[in-house]
Design a protein around this ligand. Structure first.
Ligand code: SF4
Ligand code: SF4
Length: 84
């Protein structure tokens, strides 16, 4: 299972990805973010669902371990305020 510490940084940086532009409230932050948590968690888009996103888009390209590792790398970059 993917380990997320609920820092909310990915949801505060959606402006860095074209795929999330529908969610952007205008400043790169998701319109559904409430505090550090998702206000529509149960119905959030598939792009926000780590495991379901893997099954739908990345399964044929890499292993689950590789996919998690890539995701952890992005979390780390966000936490260290590094460019994605
Ligand atoms: S940046 Fe990573 S650890 Fe932080 S909320 Fe997003 S997925 Fe979780
Ligand atoms: S919909 Fe929820 S999980 Fe997805 S970016 Fe917005 S706040 Fe984050």
């Amino acid at each position: 299972m993917f380990k997320c510490d609920k820092c909310g940084l990915c949801c505060r940086n959606i402006g860095k990805s074209e795929f999330y532009k529908e969610l952007d409230r205008g400043d790169g932050v998701c319109r559904y973010l409430r505090g550090n948590l998702c206000g529509i968690y149960e119905s959030r888009p598939i792009l926000c669902r780590v495991d379901e996103g893997y099954e739908a888009f990345f399964k044929s390209a890499m292993s689950k371990e590789e996919y998690y590792a890539l995701n952890y790398k992005i979390c780390e970059k966000l936490k260290n305020n590094k460019k994605l």
